[in-house]
Design a protein around this ligand. Structure first.
Ligand code: NAP
Length: 442
């Protein structure tokens, strides 16, 4: 697919700005009608769109179809809830501020640029676009360069549902052209979901041009298993949490921190389960792990594992590129990591699990909090006091107790530390790209 020229980019920004005049002026009810119609299109086309995703980035077909359906769910969620989430709030006693009436009200900002990754090529975009459009904004999408077909499908999805033409416009541009778009006066805000370096760059540009920014970045989430856990459920969930989406998920559990009392049993069962995964053609419904999305992604994963091996870590299973066409990689479990290993600090964006043996809850917490990331976390114990203690002390945007981290439309999603700024989903997500206007009347 040909990249857009400077002239085409300018035209597309003009279209998004013109669409804003219409989208922001109509009622929530009208936007909800359009949003639900677009959701119905996704539901009707889920199978073929699932194929598009799998062919373009390699995730197992059932997961691609599920991704499309989940997008429809979040669209319907915001169609129903947007008006309530953005309702004005009046001060109950305005005389305290010397007014006869005082309130705060949410208004859309305008055109918002979304820079998005390839790993959930539909979900990441819709998770931003559904609330943004329901709030009355319009969107520009700079999608990852390796998913242009998804990008161009999304370019027309909302107008097919009835939104004005230009409500979401894809820009087929390279990352070096993002600054020109952020600096454009018609663009009011920017969000990026992607890696930490990309987030730093876009965050700096947003600061330079004083534009609102939301960043959803990488993670190296801890998965802590304590003696009073249901071990069978923990192993089964650990497997899914590490390898779903071929291991390329920001909220995947990546570091498994296991109390010494259950370490041998957990690691034995988990390693056997990782070794017996079916790796293969992602269009085959039997496949559990497909190829990685890019050659460079596989190379980076191999480098992380090679670094650990060279520094004395124990490779319990997998950990090498598979010798067949495609960017296949054998799911790995790696133990005995020295502090100097890159895997201790860096994100493994593929099916590589690091396991850590700890003697106490305090040590588990120290290991969990020792990276610069803070996206989500998972704690396995049936002890109420332990659950509360870890919930209070984990440096993360979320804690899932006896379960796997999942993004739900109803729950805020986002990280702290180098995992990002701001939140998506729930009420807080739709408010991120609004002007919270204070109204005071004498
Ligand atoms: P990436 O390389 O950062 O790319 C993400 C997007 O940013 C792409 O559209 C990319 O464009 C663009 N980009 C890259 N460098 C840029 C720069 N300097 N300036 C402006 N735009 C830039 O990330 P990825 O490899 O696609 O995705 C994997 C990363 O995303 C992982 O770290 C993962 O944890 C994170 N992620 C986070 C979340 C979350 O919600 N927190 C969700 C999913 C993924 P090009 O493709 O043209 O380079």
């Amino acid at each position: 697919m040909e990249p857009h020229s400077g002239k085409e980019v300018n035209q597309r920004i003009t279209e998004a700005a013109a669409a804003f005049e219409v989208v922001s002026a109509v009622s929530f009810e009208q936007r909800a009608l359009w949003m639900n119609a677009a959701a119905a299109l996704l539901e009707a086309e889920a199978e073929s769109l699932g194929q598009l995703i799998t062919v373009e980035m390699g995730k197992p077909i059932s997961q691609s179809i599920a991704e499309v359906r989940k997008c429809a769910t979040v669209m319907r969620f915001y169609a129903e809830k947007a008006e309530k989430f953005l309702a004005s709030e009046s001060l109950s006693d305005p005389t305290t501020v010397g007014a006869s009436h005082a309130r705060s009200q949410y208004q859309p900002l305008g055109v918002v640029l979304a820079v998005m990754p390839w790993n959930y090529p539909f979900w990441q975009v819709i998770r931003f676009a559904a609330p943004a459009l329901m709030a009355g904004n319009t969107a520009l999408l700079k999608h990852a360069s390796n998913v242009p077909q998804a990008a161009m499908f999304l370019d027309t999805l909302f107008e097919r549902g009835g939104f004005p033409s230009g409500s979401l416009r894809t820009l087929l541009i390279g990352s070096n052209e993002v600054e020109a778009v952020i600096s454009d006066r018609r663009v009011k805000a920017v969000t990026l979901t992607g890696s930490e370096p990309a987030g730093r760059s876009v965050g700096a540009l947003a600061g330079k041009h004083i534009k609102k920014v939301v960043l959803e970045l990488g993670g190296s989430d801890p998965f802590i298993v304590l003696p009073r856990a249901n071990l069978g459920a923990a192993v089964e969930t650990a497997l899914r949490a590490r390898v779903s989406n071929n291991g390329q998920s920001c909220i995947a559990a990546k570091r498994f921190i296991i109390h010494e009392e259950v370490y041998e049993q957990f690691v034995g069962e988990f390693s056997r389960a990782m070794a017996s995964l079916t790796v293969g053609d992602p269009l085959d419904s039997e496949t559990q792990v497909g190829p990685l999305a890019t050659e460079s992604g596989r190379r980076e994963l191999c480098e992380l594992v090679d670094d650990a091996r060279a520094k004395g870590a124990t490779i319990l299973t997998g950990g090498t590129a598979l010798d067949r066409p495609g960017w296949f990689f054998a799911p790995a479990v790696i133990a005995d990591l020295p502090d100097s290993a890159r895997l201790v600090q860096e994100e493994a964006f593929g099916p590589v699990a690091s396991v850590y043996r700890v003697k106490s809850n305090e040590e588990a917490l120290r290991v969990a909090n020792q990276t610069s990331f803070g996206l989500s976390s998972s704690v396995w114990t049936n002890d109420d006091a332990e659950q509360e203690w870890f919930t209070s002390h984990l440096d993360a945007g979320a804690v899932f107790i006896n379960g796997m981290t999942v993004s739900y439309p109803e729950l805020p999603f986002g990280g702290i530390k180098d995992s990002g700024i701001g939140r998506e989903l729930a009420a807080v997500g739709i408010r991120e790209f609004c002007n919270l206007k204070t109204v005071w009347k004498a």
